[in-house]
Ligand binder design. Structure first.
Ligand code: FAD
Length: 279
């Protein structure tokens, strides 16, 4: 499959053997789109962290580069260094560097890093150019930021600490992306800012998740999806049209690549790419 722009896909580490089989199947099916890389998210707990490490190393051996997400909050330098050495020795060349969130109830950072920019600087200092470093961006503002302007200032500082590229939180407002990119460029930062695309498959899950991560579902979209009630097929069909239009508008606006929150499934992402390829 030829895609209109380069793509990458995001997975989460599965908790069960069945989930792992499902992930491997989706991985195989998504390879048809020649992705630049697959990334695997990283949780707060010890066992989920182990699952990320094992999953990413295995995927990296299956023909397409795989990138672990790596959050630093609550960690010390020695732990991060050991983990990065393990990745480097396993042939991993790209990471998604994040602050992450402390489990609720925990106070302070309790570690050597306060922000993702500290991690980016540390990786560059310690590992030189061994890793391509991706960072997170929030066109609709990080939920804990004081205001959008400050959030963009901190984003630019994080990029200048040594990031190569950024992946955004998902969003459905193209103008938020355009504004964010314009403001970043005005501040003299030119790293690629790759939109994160969330396929719409389950409206109630999307609403809950959007609430938590500060992503806005525009009122007209919300109304259209809500009208579908429990008709999953209709939600998926309307959702597909919304997301295809979003991707087209983003490419038109200059988005250099697309990163899909594929959530260990191939069909919703492939449906979007097939529609995009028809133009
Ligand atoms: P930062 O860039 O450190 O920003 C966090 C907040 O601190 C922002 O409000 C920012 O404005 C502020 N800030 C930054 N620098 C400073 C400074 N110097 N002084 C004061 N304030 C500052 N979470 C996971 O746990 N696991 C994952 O795998 C994961 N993957 C993600 C992938 C993507 C593409 C995205 C967009 C998010 C992901 N997240 C993940 C969520 C992320 O960890 C949270 O959003 C977290 O709250 C912030 O991480 P960050 O790297 O953006 O932090």
């Amino acid at each position: 499959m030829n895609t209109v722009v380069p793509v990458s896909f995001e997975f989460f580490p599965p908790k069960t053997d069945a989930g792992y089989e499902k992930l491997l199947k989706a991985h195989e099916e998504l390879k048809v789109a020649n992705p630049e890389f697959f990334s695997v998210t990283y949780g707060a707990g010890g066992s989920t962290q182990e699952r990320t490490i094992n999953t990413v190393i295995e995927l990296n051996q299956r023909g397409v580069s795989a990138a672990p997400h790596l959050s630093c909050i609550g960690s010390d330098r020695a732990t991060i260094k050991a983990l990065l050495e393990k990745y480097r020795d396993a042939g991993i060349t790209r990471i998604v560097a994040l602050r992450g969130d402390l489990p609720s109830g925990m106070r302070g950072t309790g570690g050597d890093f306060n922000h993702a920019s500290d991690l980016v600087a540390y990786v560059r200092e310690t590992f030189g150019d061994a890793f391509t470093i991706e960072v997170a961006a929030y066109p609709e503002m990080h939920p804990q930021a004081q205001n959008l302007d400050k959030d963009i200032d901190f984003f630019v500082a994080k990029a200048k600490a040594g990031a190569d590229s950024a992946i955004t939180q998902y969003f459905y407002n193209v103008n938020a992306y355009k504004h964010f990119v314009d403001e970043v460029r005005k501040r003299g930062c030119d790293i690629p800012i790759v939109p994160g695309i969330m396929p719409i498959t389950n409206f109630s899950a999307l609403s809950r998740f959007s609430e938590a991560c500060g992503a806005d579902i525009p009122r007209w979209m919300h109304q259209a999806l809500q009208t579908c009630g429990d008709d999953v097929q209709r939600i998926q069909s309307i959702g597909l049209n919304f997301v295809v239009d979003l991707c087209k508008d983003l490419i038109q606006a200059g988005a250099p690549k697309l990163h899909f929150y594929s959530m260990n499934q191939s069909a919703p992402t492939l449906a979007i790419l097939e529609q995009l390829g028809k133009d």
